[in-house]
Design a protein around this ligand. Structure first.
Ligand code: PRX
Length: 644
C-alpha cells in the first residue's frame, strides 16, 4: 500500500500571526514584562522551571483569609493538594472583594431571555441575590459539606444558587437542565443530596420544558431528597408536594431571606462542587473540584487566554450546567470582575441571527463557543451575521472538540472579520480550566489548540510512556499536577486512580489521542475510543468528519469504524446535508472521493448514510458509540446522556 500516516496529517504549516498591538496590550505580556521576560515561549519555559513561583504569583492576584503553608503538597500522589493550610472561599474573590471597590456598581451579569426580556445585575445586586438564597438554604438546614443538587433552566437564579451554595460552604452538583429523569435520579442518589433546587420549567424555542415534572419523577426514585426549592420561570401549572416542595419566591420574601450572609471560611482543599462528566462511555463519574486551586486556575486562564479587561463584555455561550459554564460563565468572569452575558435560549431562535443580534446589541467583545454551534450557524449562510455590526468583537474562542479548519475559517473571517484571534482551548471537566490553548500572542494554526498554557506540561507519548516523534499519533498526557485539577471521583477514589493515573505511571492520561507537530503544536485527534484503525493506520473520526464537512453539501458528519475483513476497520460515515442538497448515490460517490482527496485514499469512507440528525450528548458531542451499536445491530448501552 502506498498510503502513509503522513498523508492524513493535518496542514500544520498554515499560520496566523497576531498583530503587534494585541501582543503589546495583552495581559500575559504585561506579566512577562513584570518578570523581566521578553517572549511568551520563554515565559512558558520559565513557568515550568519555576512552577511553584508561577502559581504563587497567580494565587497572589487573589485574596486569602490566611496564607498557605505549601503551594503543592504531593506527599500522597496522585491525590495532589494545592495551597494547603490556606483559608479561603471562592466567593470572597468572586464577589466580596469587588464590593470594596468601584466594581460594586459594575455590571456582573447581563441576561437575555429567549423572549427578549433583559435582566442586569451589578456586583452589588448579584451579592444581594446570592445572600438571600444562601440564607434560605441555611434555614433549610443546609450546612458546610452538604451537596446540594441544582437542576435549572438557563436563568440567573441558576448561577445565584451555585454561588449561594459555595458561599455557605456547601458543594453544588449541577445537573444540566436537558438531562432526563433517570440521569437526574442517578446523580441525586450518588451525591446523596437532601436539597434540590429547581424551577417550574424553562423556555427553549418558545416551548416550555417541564422541568418540575421531570423532577417529580426523579424524586419518586430518590428518597434522600427532603426539600425541593422551586423557582418560577414559566408560570405553567406544576404539582407541589406538600412538606417537600416550596416556592422560592415565597421564601425569598420572608425575613429568613436576609440580604446579609457571611461568607464561610473554607480550607483551600474543601470541596467546591462536583460535576458528573457526560460520559460518552461508561457510567458518569462525579468529578470533585475544590475552592483554592480552582479559583487560581480558572481566574489565571481567563485573564491570560481571553485577556479580559475591565472594559470587556464577555460572552461564553455555553450552558452553566457544563464545566465550561461552571468555570467560564460562573466563576472565572466573576473572579476577574468582568461583565458577562448569559442567554437563555436557542442560537437560531426566532431567526438564525439571534446570536449576532446579541453581540451587536450588547457590544460583546469576547465570544467563546463550540465548533458544533459554529457549524450549526454556518449552515444558515453568511447573510445572517453580515446584517449585524460585529465590530465590537476582539477575541473569539472554541472548546469541546477539535475545530475543523472549515469552521475555524468561517468563524475567523465571517464573524471575526479577520481581526479576532481564535482561542481554541483544550481542556476537560477534570482539568477545571484550559490546559492546551493559545493566548492572544501565540501564532495560530487552524484546528490546533496550539501549546500548553503557562505552568502546564503536556506530552504525546506511546503506550510505554516514551515521547512520540513529531506528527506521530500518541496518548495525550499531562506531566505535572495543576491547581484546578480534579481531586478525586466522588465516592470512588479508586476510579480516580485507575482512570487517570494508572495507564501511564505517574502522569495524567487525558484519554485523548493527539499529535505534536515539528513546531510543538498539539493536534488533538479525539477521544481514544473515537480512533479508527484502518489497515493499521490510525484515523481520527474527527479528521474524516472535518474532511466531509469541508464539502459544500455537508452540514455535519459522524464517522465510525466498522469491522472489515481485510482492513480491520472500514469507515462508515453518517452525513447531514445542507439545505438544497439531495442524498443520492452520485453524491455519496462524490463525498467518498472528496474525503479520499482531502486525507488520502486510506481515509475514504466505505459507505455513507444520509441522515436528518445524529445522536448527541447534551453537550453536543456525537455519540459514535451509539451509531456503531446501531450499525452493528447491537444494544446501545448506557444512553442516559443522549439528547433525544
Ligand atoms: O476530547 C477532548 C475534547 O473534549 C474532551 C473533554 O470533554 P468535557 O469534559 O466534556 O469538556 C469539554 C469542555 C472543556 C477532551 O478530552 N475537547 C475539549 N476541548 C477541545 C477538545 N478537543 C479538541 N480541541 C479542543 N479545544
Amino acid at each position: 500500500m502506498a498510503e502513509t500516516p503522513e498523508m492524513v496529517a493535518p496542514n500544520t504549516s498554515e499560520i496566523y500571526h497576531p498583530n503587534a498591538s494585541i501582543v503589546e496590550q495583552s495581559n500575559v505580556m504585561a506579566y512577562a514584562r513584570r518578570k523581566g521576560i521578553e517572549s511568551y515561549d520563554e515565559l512558558h519555559k520559565w513557568s515550568l522551571e519555576h512552577n511553584e513561583e508561577f502559581w504563587a504569583d497567580m494565587a497572589n492576584e487573589l485574596e486569602w483569609y490566611s496564607p498557605w503553608e505549601k503551594i503543592l503538597d504531593d506527599s500522597n500522589k496522585p491525590f495532589y493538594k494545592w495551597f494547603t493550610g490556606a483559608k479561603t472561599n471562592i466567593i470572597h474573590n468572586a464577589i466580596d472583594r469587588h464590593l470594596k471597590t468601584w466594581r460594586k456598581n459594575k455590571l456582573a451579569l447581563i441576561w437575555e431571555g429567549e423572549d427578549g426580556t433583559h435582566r442586569t445585575f451589578s456586583f452589588f445586586a448579584l451579592n444581594r441575590e446570592v445572600n438571600k438564597i444562601a440564607n434560605v438554604l441555611k434555614s433549610m438546614g443546609v450546612k458546610k459539606g452538604d451537596i446540594v443538587t441544582i437542576y435549572m433552566p438557563r436563568i440567573p437564579e441558576l448561577m445565584f444558587s451555585m454561588l449561594a451554595c459555595a458561599k455557605i460552604g456547601a458543594a453544588h452538583s449541577v445537573v444540566y437542565g436537558g438531562f432526563s429523569e433517570a440521569a437526574l435520579a442517578d446523580r441525586l442518589a450518588d451525591a446523596k443530596s437532601k436539597v434540590l433546587i429547581t424551577a417550574d420549567g424553562g423556555f427553549m424555542r418558545n416551548k416550555v420544558i417541564e422541568l418540575k415534572k421531570i423532577v417529580d419523577e426523579a424524586l419518586s426514585r430518590t428518597p434522600t431528597v427532603q426539600t425541593c426549592l422551586v423557582f418560577k420561570r414559566t408560570g405553567h401549572a406544576v404539582d407541589m408536594v406538600q412538606g417537600r416542595d416550596l416556592w422560592m419566591h415565597d421564601l425569598l420574601n420572608l425575613p429568613i431571606a436576609n440580604t446579609f450572609c457571611p461568607t464561610e471560611e473554607m480550607d483551600s482543599e474543601d470541596m467546591l462542587f462536583i460535576l458528573y462528566t457526560s460520559g460518552t462511555t461508561g457510567k458518569p463519574k462525579g468529578v470533585v473540584h475544590t475552592h483554592g486551586g480552582y479559583q487560581v486556575g480558572t481566574s489565571t486562564t481567563l485573564r491570560y487566554v481571553f485577556d479580559v479587561k475591565d472594559e470587556d463584555r464577555y460572552w461564553c455561550a455555553a450552558d452553566p450546567g457544563w464545566i465550561t459554564g461552571h468555570s467560564f460563565i460562573v466563576y472565572a468572569p466573576l473572579l476577574c470582575g468582568v461583565t458577562s452575558i448569559m442567554y437563555e435560549g436557542a442560537p437560531n431562535y426566532p431567526y438564525p441571527d439571534r446570536w449576532w443580534q446579541i453581540v451587536a446589541r450588547t457590544g460583546v467583545t469576547i465570544l467563546y463557543t463550540a465548533p458544533t454551534a459554529i457549524r450549526g450557524l454556518m449552515r444558515f449562510g453568511e447573510l445572517w451575521p453580515t446584517r449585524h455590526d460585529l465590530s465590537s468583537l476582539r477575541l473569539l474562542g472554541s472548546v469541546g472538540e477539535p475545530i475543523n479548519p472549515e469552521a475555524w475559517k468561517w468563524f475567523y473571517e465571517v464573524i471575526g472579520h479577520k481581526n479576532c484571534p481564535i482561542m481554541d482551548t483544550w481542556w476537560q471537566t477534570e482539568t477545571g480550566h484550559f490546559m492546551i490553548t493559545p493566548t492572544p500572542v501565540v501564532p495560530l494554526k487552524p484546528g490546533s489548540a496550539t501549546k500548553p498554557f503557562l505552568g502546564i506540561e503536556v506530552d504525546v507519548v506511546h503506550e510505554d510512556g516514551s515521547t512520540c516523534a513529531p506528527n506521530e499519533d500518541g496518548l495525550l498526557v499531562i506531566k505535572r499536577p495543576w491547581p484546578g485539577m480534579l481531586r478525586t471521583v466522588l465516592n470512588d477514589p479508586q476510579r480516580y486512580v485507575d482512570n487517570y493515573w494508572s495507564r501511564l505511571d505517574g502522569v495524567y492520561a487525558a484519554g485523548d489521542s493527539a499529535r505534536k507537530d515539528e513546531d510543538g503544536y498539539i493536534w488533538v485527534i479525539g477521544r481514544l475510543d473515537d480512533v479508527i484503525k484502518v489497515s493499521g493506520y490510525r484515523l481520527g473520526t474527527a479528521e474524516v468528519e472535518s474532511a466531509l464537512v469541508s464539502h459544500p453539501a455537508v452540514a455535519e458528519a459522524a464517522a465510525i469504524g466498522l469491522p472489515h475483513e481485510v482492513k480491520g476497520n472500514a469507515i462508515h460515515a453518517f452525513v447531514i446535508l445542507r439545505a438544497g442538497f439531495e442524498g443520492n448515490h452520485a453524491l455519496e460517490e462524490q463525498l467518498r472521493a472528496h474525503v479520499g482527496h482531502e486525507l488520502g485514499p486510506i481515509a475514504r469512507p466505505d459507505s455513507i448514510t444520509f441522515t436528518p440528525s445524529l445522536p448527541k450528548t447534551r453537550s453536543g458531542k456525537i455519540m459514535r458509540r451509539v451509531l456503531k451499536a446501531r450499525a452493528l445491530g447491537q444494544p446501545e448501552g448506557d444512553v442516559s446522556t443522549l439528547e433525544e
